[in-house]
Design a protein around this ligand. Structure first.
Ligand SMILES: *[C@@H]1O[C@H](CO)[C@@H](O)[C@H](O)[C@H]1NC(C)=O
Ligand SMILES: *[C@@H]1O[C@H](CO)[C@@H](O)[C@H](O)[C@H]1NC(C)=O
Ligand SMILES: *[C@@H]1O[C@H](CO)[C@@H](O)[C@H](O)[C@H]1NC(C)=O
Ligand SMILES: *[C@@H]1O[C@H](CO)[C@@H](O)[C@H](O)[C@H]1NC(C)=O
Ligand SMILES: *[C@@H]1O[C@H](CO)[C@@H](O)[C@H](O)[C@H]1NC(C)=O
Length: 473
């Protein structure tokens, strides 16, 4: 079962093919990103049967060669960028909390994680992506190093911060205290994440050199900044500038002012505000009036919503298919990810297959076990500023450039919802690119919208679609 076909026929003008290095924010704005957990996406041997139990929290054998060999699958869905797991060497231990298959337990910045392949394999993946005109975003972890056990830490075994003096002294994070979030340790006594002292100028120099070295050595086009809220904000601008590429940080907050503040220090952040309230709205906990309000709040508060990351699933959150089993709701979540107008679309590997799995680690299945079935699909989005309305408390509309998207939170239980969409030119032929149904606006620019069984509707003027191949136009 896959949502690819629903996800979306859209696209318009995404395919400037050229080898690309060090892409900036402007170049990322019109991209769409497929997030891969390297250990769980594809194996070098191409196996579709190798066992992988996410709850075992062990390495399952995914690799950079595996990703390279499956770029057709990703490009076939019309994604124009991938985000891969952190690439650096991890602690090798099989700890009480499992292995570092996710990449967030660093040990040595200057070695690659050999479970994923060699340094040459990684370069080969980036080159192969570039040859297809695709960007590669690397996940970078500089907030902490990890250790198996919190006593007798072997500081000299860490590279390059090989001394306890480079770290904050031990205290456990209190998330209600921002200073504590920035200076204390995440993790626990089993796998403490020793917090790097990013107030120390010598450390800052080492980290900035690392960022530059990493992106230039491999040719990465973008950086995903892990644990961005766990480092003082004014550390980031010089680090981002050293990396030389578009940056998107992880700053997990539930309100627009706190989230948007990070855009003064990095290009964008994952749009956790949208994710939180969209999940609430479409899972029956909230309504579309509330969501439209939150979305407009982001537009008015953030420096530039089109540089955020628009997502409904990732490695730290429950899969939508574990929240709802209604296909219309899952299609709606996918439509929202791609067409919300509130960020660069970020689709978590497996979302297209309606993978299930509650919170981590259950949401980190091996994609190869699906056999990678494909459907026809296209992704796209426009960069105009969006506006949101809720014509009903169960329906939200997004107007963005020449597109109108309607989504409902009722799922398939409501057979038909009829609305009127206004603001079109008079007597204009329109097409719902999700169903390929046509409708023509009246002399006042109003057009009928029929939402069948809770499915999303995305309307474009037919004339814009000529030659796109969408709906046979
Ligand atoms: C740059 O990175 C490479 C590969 O990660 C590493 O071997 C090298 O030591 C680094 N050099 C500097 C100056 O950081
Ligand atoms: C510390 O780590 C380094 C590098 O992994 C290793 O060579 C050294 O033996 C370790 N020291 C102790 C005391 O375990
Ligand atoms: C917040 O955390 C910092 C760092 O641990 C600590 O020094 C400070 O006392 C805490 N503030 C409050 C109000 O608890
Ligand atoms: C929608 O949700 C908001 C916030 O939860 C609530 O205040 C409001 O009354 C709801 N509106 C309708 C029409 O249900
Ligand atoms: C991807 O987009 C291109 C260009 O719009 C289109 O020709 C192609 O059919 C799309 N691929 C799929 C699988 O939809």
């Amino acid at each position: 079962m896959f949502v690819q076909s629903l996800v979306l026929p859209f696209v318009l003008g995404l395919s400037t093919i050229r080898p690309s290095f060090a892409a900036n924010a402007e170049e990322w704005r019109s991209r769409s990103i497929y997030q891969v957990m390297t250990d769980r996406f594809a194996r070098t041997d191409g196996s579709t049967t190798a066992a992988c139990d996410p709850s075992s929290t062990s390495y399952c054998g995914g690799s950079w060669k595996g990703i390279e060999n499956k770029l057709d699958y990703i490009q076939g869905m019309n994604f124009t960028a991938i985000w891969i797991s952190p690439t650096i060497e991890q602690i090798a231990d099989n700890t009480y909390e499992g292995e570092a298959y996710h990449g967030y337990w660093p040990k040595n910045y200057y070695n690659v994680n050999s479970n994923f392949g060699s340094s040459d394999d990684l370069k080969s993946l980036v080159n192969a992506a570039h040859a297809r005109g695709m960007y590669v975003m690397v996940d970078i972890v500089v907030n902490h190093f990890a250790n198996w056990g919190d006593s007798n830490i072997n500081w000299s075994g860490l590279t390059p911060l090989n001394s306890e003096s480079y770290f904050h002294s031990k205290c456990w994070v209190d998330w209600n205290n921002q200073t504590s979030a920035e200076q204390c340790w995440m993790g626990d006594g089993y796998v403490p994440l020793m917090d790097v002292n990013t107030e120390d100028e010598q450390v800052v120099t080492i980290l900035n050199n690392f960022a530059r070295n990493l992106t230039t050595t491999y040719g990465f086009d973008g950086a995903r900044l892990d644990a961005a809220k766990s480092i003082r904000k004014d550390f980031w601008p010089a680090f981002v500038s050293a990396s030389g590429v578009y940056s998107q940080g992880e700053a997990w907050y539930g309100d627009a002012p706190t989230q948007c503040a990070y855009q003064d220090y990095m290009d964008g952040v994952h749009n956790y505000v949208m994710k939180t309230f969209a999940t609430e709205a479409i899972s029956g906990q909230g309504n579309m009036t509330m969501l439209a309000g939150k979305m407009n709040g982001l537009v008015s508060t953030c420096k530039d919503v089109s540089l955020l990351g628009s997502f409904m699933e990732n490695h730290d959150n429950a899969r939508m298919a574990s929240i709802s089993s209604d296909t219309a709701i899952l299609k709606t979540a996918a439509a929202l990810t791609v067409l919300s107008g509130n960020g660069i679309p970020l689709v978590f590997y497996g979302q297209e297959q309606m993978s299930t799995g509650n919170n981590a680690p259950q949401n980190r299945q091996a994609l190869w076990l699906t056999g990678y079935p494909t459907g026809s699909n296209k992704l796209a989005f426009l960069t105009a500023k969006p506006t949101y309305e809720a014509p009903l408390s169960t329906v939200m509309s997004v107007r963005k450039g020449n597109m109108m998207l309607f989504i409902s939170n009722e799922g398939s239980k409501t057979p038909s919802t009829k609305l009127t969409s206004s603001g079109w030119s008079a007597n204009t032929a329109l097409v719902d690119v999700l169903s390929c149904q046509s409708v023509t606006s009246d002399g006042s620019g109003n057009a009928a919208v029929n939402m069948n069984s809770g499915l999303p509707v995305a309307m474009y003027p037919k004339s814009y679609l000529t030659g796109s191949g969408l709906c046979s136009l």
